[in-house]
Design a protein around this ligand. Structure first.
Ligand code: G6P
Length: 607
């Protein structure tokens, strides 16, 4: 995935780049590096390991008024090492490149360049870019970058500096995110907005196949034909502080505490006087008249929001829904029928598999509505319509508040489809909308379970395996609960439909095995309780999650988390937070890096 940043202005470039990289560490953190052009010389400093190692390396180095680029890496080609760290340079060491993305034809290009005498020092795909630029350089860096990218297949966001052009950064983009920060007497580039927010709130989005020249006083953008491209600035209205920890020990726990606000903001952006309005994203009478099927595509946590969508859209609107993992959907020759609506869910709006799946669905004639958190991201720009979630910046790799807001968005869509299709009468619609409006306030009560959960986690953190069980929406919730625990605590876990357990998995339950059982579907309560009894009889330790008033038998659960009463269909909105807290406290107890789990990255812009 990787994060890139670049700066041209009067400040000391070193702290600007290091601060920017700090905000981008969620994109990868196995090595980091900088290239600075100061006093007519290009200087490259890079190191394996976290950003702290680069900060130590740069200690005492000041470079006011210099231009520079920086990179934080998530390895794709070649192990994390000094040689494979970015920036990469040409043989003469006077051109430096940082890159996010994957150069798919790099082997072919590498072979060609080697035949021309180029000696490669890394295993990366990126290094070919530095040598290609050098190959095409005839005194004009912009022209050389343009020529180089015209030979590249794959995805890239690039920042390029050269000691022959000490005032400029050349940037280029295709299928990987890149924003330009337009400041006063200073301009920046970055993979994501938080990296530049300290310096400017005016952001320009570079489009695919565009290149840009960034100097201290100007930003010039050119389209793929070399023509100047006009770009309006987008003014960022959220605060830099929102991307900081704000007194919490980790971003993840801070972001969990932001859930009530994030969910309320998402709802309020579309709901007035007891009515939801999604007509501007094409969810209206005309759509419902022709609709035959809904498809939902996403990855990871966002896919689990999609699974909730399948259950509730089918229940409230009686429209068939298929939910797919994006990396599967794109290659399974999917069947798109006339009148199909595709809902694409992505926090970042940049996930490569999700983006490709969306393009595939679009090509096959589906109408695309995207649920996205990051404004101006690629999926948001390419979708026919966008329903933005209002989670604000999410920094912890494991998604929490963004998931809750994705659920909010999905519930709004389901209710609207239900109303418009006539399957929900006015009284039921109003009752559900009121219920949804009460959720953010109830979430404050849900957050009060954190001491109980933290205590329980302190007794359970040495478990080597955890099973999450539930029925109906509780099963879908269990899938997300299990993913969260795996992602950050590295504890093996599985989510199982409670009724399916006896068909195999129950063989794994032994004395002391932890089973987290959610029983928030009232109509299925007794059946879930029977399943809990089955595991209890085989020695399991049970953490049960249910509504306040539920009649959970005292002898089957070792710990019971009771949540405020709401309609069964809203259970996932309330119950996911205790699960996130459980994963969080288990990880804290184990002493792992909560916000940056091993091998993962927040925004996966590679296939
Ligand atoms: C990565 C992250 C997950 C996330 C998934 C989808 O795998 O580690 O936390 O759920 O991507 O991300 P998106 O930005 O598309 O929601």
């Amino acid at each position: 995935m990787c994060g890139i940043v670049g700066y041209a202005g009067g400040r000391d470039v070193v702290p600007v780049l290091l601060n920017g990289l700090k905000k981008l560490e969620y994109r990868g953190y196995d090595s980091a590096g900088l290239a600075i052009v100061a006093g007519g010389r290009l200087e490259v400093k890079k190191t394996k390991g976290r950003l702290g190692a680069l900060c130590s390396l740069m200690e005492g180095r000041k470079a006011p008024g210099a231009v520079g680029i920086g990179h934080t890496r998530w390895a794709t080609h070649g192990e994390p090492s000094f040689e494979n760290s970015h920036p990469h340079t040409n043989c003469a060491g006077d051109i430096a490149v940082v890159h996010n993305g994957i150069i798919e034809n790099y082997q072919k290009l590498k072979k060609w360049l080697q035949q021309e005498g180029v000696v490669f020092v890394s295993e990366t795909d990126t290094e070919v870019v530095a040598h290609l630029i050098n190959r095409f350089y005839e005194g004009d860096l912009l022209a050389a970058v343009k020529a180089a990218v015209s030979h590249i297949e794959g995805s890239y966001a690039l920042g390029v500096v050269s000691e022959k052009h000490p005032d400029m950064i050349v940037a280029a983009k295709k299928d990987s995110p890149l924003v330009i920060g337009a400041g006063r007497g200073e301009n920046l580039i970055a993979s994501d907005i938080p990296a530049i927010l300290e310096y400017t709130r005016d952001v320009l989005f570079l489009e695919d196949r565009e290149v840009a020249v960034i100097t201290r006083n100007a930003v010039s953008i050119f389209d793929e034909y070399g023509m100047p491209a006009e770009r309006e600035a987008y003014h960022v209205d959220w605060d830099a502080a929102q991307a900081e920890k704000g007194g919490y020990e980790h971003f993840m726990i801070k972001e969990i505490h932001e859930e009530p606000r994030a969910m309320a903001d998402t709802l309020m952006s579309r709901c007035r006087d007891g009515m939801i309005d999604l007509s501007d994203i094409g969810i209206d009478e005309a759509l419902v008249r022709d609709i035959s099927k809904v498809g939902i595509v996403a990855c990871g946590t966002a896919y689990h929001a999609g699974m909730v969508g399948k259950y509730i859209i089918e229940k409230l609107a009686r429209i068939p829904v298929e939910a797919d993992i994006a990396s599967e959907f794109r290659y399974r020759d999917p069947l798109i029928v006339p009148g199909q609506l595709m809902i694409i869910i992505s926090q970042s709006g940049e996930t490569a598999d999700t983006l490709a799946a969306m393009r595939e669905a679009k090509k096959r004639g589906a109408k695309i509505a995207a649920i996205v958190n990051v404004v101006g991201s690629t999926i948001a720009r390419e979708a026919d319509a966008v329903l933005y979630t209002h989670a604000g910046p999410e920094i912890a790799v494991a998604s929490t508040k963004a998931y809750n807001t994705q659920l909010m968005a999905i519930y709004m869509i389901a209710l609207e489809l239900g109303r418009l299709s006539g399957h929900l009468d006015t009284a039921d619609y109003q009752r559900y909308v009121q219920g949804l409006n009460r959720i953010p306030a109830l979430m404050n009560t849900v957050l009060q379970t954190k001491d109980q959960i933290s205590r329980f986690a302190s007794q359970q953190f040495s478990q080597s395996s955890v099973f999450f069980i539930g029925r109906g929406l509780d099963y879908v919730l269990s899938m997300e609960a299990s993913l969260k625990l795996k992602e950050i605590s590295y504890v093996h876990s599985e989510a199982y439909a409670a009724g399916e357990l006896k068909h195999g998995t129950i063989a794994l339950i032994e004395d002391g095995t932890l089973v987290v059982a959610t029983a928030m579907q009232r109509s299925l309560f007794d059946k879930t309780v029977s399943n809990i009894k089955e595991v209890k009889a085989r020695g399991a330790r049970v953490l049960a999650v249910c509504f306040e008033g539920s009649d959970m038998p005292a002898d089957i659960a070792d710990e019971v988390i009771r949540l405020p009463e709401t309609d069964d269909i809203f259970a996932p909105l309330l119950a996911v937070t205790p699960m996130q807290l459980f994963a969080y406290y288990m990880t804290v107890e184990k002493g792992f890096d909560v916000d940056k789990p091993r091998n993962l990255a927040k925004s996966v812009t590679v296939e």
